[in-house]
Design a protein around this ligand. Structure first.
Ligand SMILES: [Fe+2]
Ligand SMILES: [Fe+2]
Length: 186
């Protein structure tokens, strides 16, 4: 595809986000299954419902532009999801896994927020106020999810993961470095 205009870039970035959202929709059930804290499971389930709407909003915008939303693979999202599956495969302690799943999900949210912020602004510059509004709504939902994840981490899940490590006999916690690194970001 030729990228000669801002509109070309707009369509290209919408396709990229569409691929990202579709990949998230596929990954979320695995994250729901892997999570232990009921609030975290609920949070992921709520975001799964929102993600379906994010997909529909992009479909609506692309339809109005007379373009297909398919045809591009978001390799950035593929990498972030791969990191989350690696974490699950490591089979950490359940509280540590929950803290790590929050970190993985926040990486995803921030990646999406960067993308939606850009296309929202392109929509404004290109004179598509309705697209701008739809994309802003999605951007706000991604931001709210990110904040809700921070709250879950700070009000309990990181602390559960920490007290778990505190209860480990000396020497055992050294083997859990990678999960500790991720939960330490909060
Ligand atoms: Fe989304
Ligand atoms: Fe999201």
């Amino acid at each position: 595809m030729e990228l000669d205009t801002l509109k070309d870039l707009y369509v290209e970035e919408l396709k990229d986000l569409y691929s990202a959202e579709k990949q998230i929709l596929k990954a979320l059930p695995k994250m729901i299954k892997a999570a232990t804290h009921p609030e975290l499971k609920r949070g992921f389930m709520m975001h799964e419902r929102q993600t379906r709407q994010h997909v529909q909003r992009i479909e609506r915008i692309c339809k109005e532009l007379g373009k297909s939303p398919t045809g591009k693979k978001c390799v950035g999202m593929e990498g972030l999801i791969e990191e989350a599956s690696e974490l699950i495969k490591e089979k950490p302690d359940k509280d540590v896994l929950d803290a790590g799943l929050i970190a993985a999900a926040q990486h995803v949210e921030h990646y999406e927020m960067a993308g939606y912020g850009c296309v929202r602004t392109y929509a404004r510059h290109l004179g598509y106020p309705q697209h701008q509004e739809l994309l802003q709504t999605t951007l706000n939902e991604e931001g709210d999810t990110d904040k809700a994840l921070t709250k879950l981490a700070e009000t309990g899940i990181n602390l559960d993961a920490k007290s778990n490590a505190d209860n480990q006999p000396a020497g055992r916690s050294a083997g859990r470095k990678s999960a500790g690194r991720k939960s330490g970001r909060k």
